[in-house]
Ligand binder design. Structure first.
Ligand code: SF4
Length: 213
């Protein structure tokens, strides 16, 4: 793709996403960095809506890393059992809280290498924390971002999550990553869905694999 086409494609995507999701933000409920970290870990393979239902009481019972690290595993499992993988998530968030208190002086680390040492924290979660807590430009690739990037031919079909992340970071300018990350998640969740995407009413059809068919 020549430079002009690339810039046109980038502008088309940015403008369209702005028109659909101008005021985009994370759909998990949280009021501080501790709550966001717990909520993002709990959100793996479940919906933000489900997580929000659970965290409402969870954060009252365990309001910080100290209380969470001392949680009784059975009680914690009971509190979160309506979400998927609750047993491993309960174990992960207790271990994560222990590590934050004992290895990081009670502070969430502000870099990817240390973040991914925490139980339950992979590259995606680490990037969400970097972006939303520390205001560090990052592109967290979840299942929606992964799918949309491939459909829009920003990434290749065979690319891994980390390759998609790298391609997104080189395709879009750094100062747009934080906003676009949220917008692409919403686009994938509500418009370019995994099943039955809304292609008949999509301005991106001409730059999408669906337009090639
Ligand atoms: Fe998604 Fe369809 Fe739009 Fe392509 S044309 S971006 S698959 S909704």
């Amino acid at each position: 793709m020549n430079l002009l086409n690339l810039l046109n494609k980038r502008d088309l995507i940015i403008n369209y996403l702005d028109s659909l999701f101008n005021d985009s933000k994370i759909e998990l409920n949280y009021s501080n960095a501790y709550e966001l970290l717990v909520a993002v870990i709990l959100s793996a393979q479940t919906t933000d809506k489900q997580v929000n239902k659970v965290t409402k009481n969870l954060f009252l019972k365990y309001p910080n890393f100290n209380s969470l690290k001392d949680a009784n595993i059975n009680e914690l499992e009971e509190s979160i059992k309506s979400i998927g993988l609750y047993k491993s998530k309960a174990k992960n968030i207790i271990n994560m809280a222990n590590k934050i208190v004992n290895s990081f002086n009670g502070e969430i680390p502000n870099n990817l290498n240390d973040l991914i040492k925490l139980d339950g924290v992979g590259r995606k979660t680490a990037n969400v924390i970097l972006s939303n807590v520390f205001n560090v430009p990052a592109f967290a690739v979840d299942t929606h971002v992964f799918r949309v990037s491939k459909r829009l031919k920003i990434a290749d079909d065979k690319d891994s999550f980390i390759e998609v992340e790298k391609k997104l970071m080189s395709f879009f300018e750094k100062n747009t990553w934080q906003k676009l990350h949220h917008q692409i998640i919403l686009f994938g969740r509500y418009h370019c869905k995994a099943v039955n995407p809304n292609c008949n009413n999509c301005n991106l059809i001409n730059i999408c694999i669906m337009g090639d068919k």
